[in-house]
Design a protein around this ligand. Structure first.
Ligand code: SAM
Length: 330
């Protein structure tokens, strides 16, 4: 699949549920309304959808959410998709998770062919963790991380940089991730969805500032390491660990975008920061053959936009897109 700007689409992110056991303040409002089950694709339909993308050239598949590991029986989907890894049709099967269920599933994920997991963690302080996630317990996530390590999964920690919330902790996170052998990636908060009370201007911390602050304590050496995602990496000389920066606002990386996203209802978003979307559920359900589905995917890729237009400042203090990050899963 090649889009109008010559970019090869080889990375699919699939949100398998819009539900989550956390309510992170920058991601969701506290009183979210979730989709009725009938609108959500079954696990068999998700398998068919993902397998069609694999046939069309996707080499990396990430399951996300909501929280992917709270979807009932989600391991059967991982197990089914693992066949593409075993057959060599897929290079990577992975997930983004809040870690709350990892202690239970890490070993089984490994058996399904998963080798790396992204775990979202914004703080190492238990009280702050509960304040940010509203409902989460840090201890459970730490148990999950330990289980991932024991299972031999490589771990990448995703940390959203939040002004006046976790900005005093970045040095501690770098030291901790270095000790644990985890990669650590900082992410700029994106203006997606109405999150109630707080404004994005109050949350937003440009990573240019974060990097400058980190460099007071750490020696950061630029690295050519890439995972197929948008992060740009540096090696921390003092720890030997790797840290990454995802900068949708201060440095747009759309020119190298290789990915598209499908929601749990089968809606395909060609760009995280634009509203245009294609319905894949109707063609999926209309026919047992995949011909209609393939045609709908090709038609959508042919209108993948050049990039997003995220802006956060006092004049643009509204969401760039109405949907929450939990719809597409990051
Ligand atoms: N529940 C899983 C998790 O916590 O990783 C997967 C879904 S979550 C929506 C995926 C990632 O998006 C998390 O790392 C989360 O911190 C991040 N995220 C959510 N809302 C965001 C926003 N407005 N800007 C930047 N990142 C956001």
């Amino acid at each position: 699949m090649i889009d109008p700007f010559g970019r090869h689409i080889s990375y699919l992110r699939v949100s398998v549920t819009d539900r989550c056991d956390f309510r992170c303040v920058y991601c969701m409002a506290e009183d979210m309304t979730f989709l009725p089950k009938a609108e959500v694709l079954s696990l068999e339909e998700l398998d068919r959808l993902c397998s069609t993308f694999v046939r069309l050239g996707v080499r990396k598949l990430r399951l996300t959410g909501g929280e992917p590991l709270v979807r009932r029986n989600v391991m059967s989907l991982f197990r089914a998709l693992g066949r593409h890894i075993a057959a060599g049709a897929l290079d990577e099967l992975t997930l983004t998770t809040n870690g709350s269920q990892l202690a239970r599933y890490a070993e089984e994920l490994r058996e399904c062919g998963v080798r790396r997991v992204n775990v979202s963690l914004d703080t190492l302080d238990a009280a702050k963790f509960t304040a940010i996630t509203r409902w989460g317990k840090l201890g459970k996530v730490m148990d999950g991380l330990a289980a991932a390590k024991r299972a031999g999964l490589a771990v990448k920690i995703n940390t959203v940089a939040l002004k006046d919330v976790n900005d005093e902790e970045f040095d501690d996170l770098v030291a901790w991730a270095g000790d644990e052998g985890f990669d650590l990636v900082f992410i700029e908060v994106m203006p997606m969805g109405d999150i109630g009370g707080e404004t994005r201007v109050e949350q937003y911390l440009p990573l240019s500032l974060v990097r400058a602050r980190l460099q007071r304590r750490w020696t950061l050496e630029d690295s050519s390491y890439r995972t197929g995602g948008p992060a740009r990496y540096a090696t921390v000389r003092e720890t030997g660990g790797r840290i990454g920066f995802i900068t949708p606002l201060t440095h747009n990386f759309c020119e190298s975008c290789n990915r598209v996203r499908v929601t749990c209802t089968g809606t395909l978003y060609m760009c995280l920061g634009q509203e245009d979307a294609a319905d894949l559920r109707a063609p999926l359900r209309q026919s047992e053959s995949d011909a209609l589905l393939e045609a709908a995917i090709h038609a959508a890729i042919a209108r993948k936009p050049k990039g997003h237009d995220f802006i956060i400042d006092r004049r643009h203090n509204r969401p760039s897109v109405a949907r929450h990050m939990s719809v597409t899963g990051g």
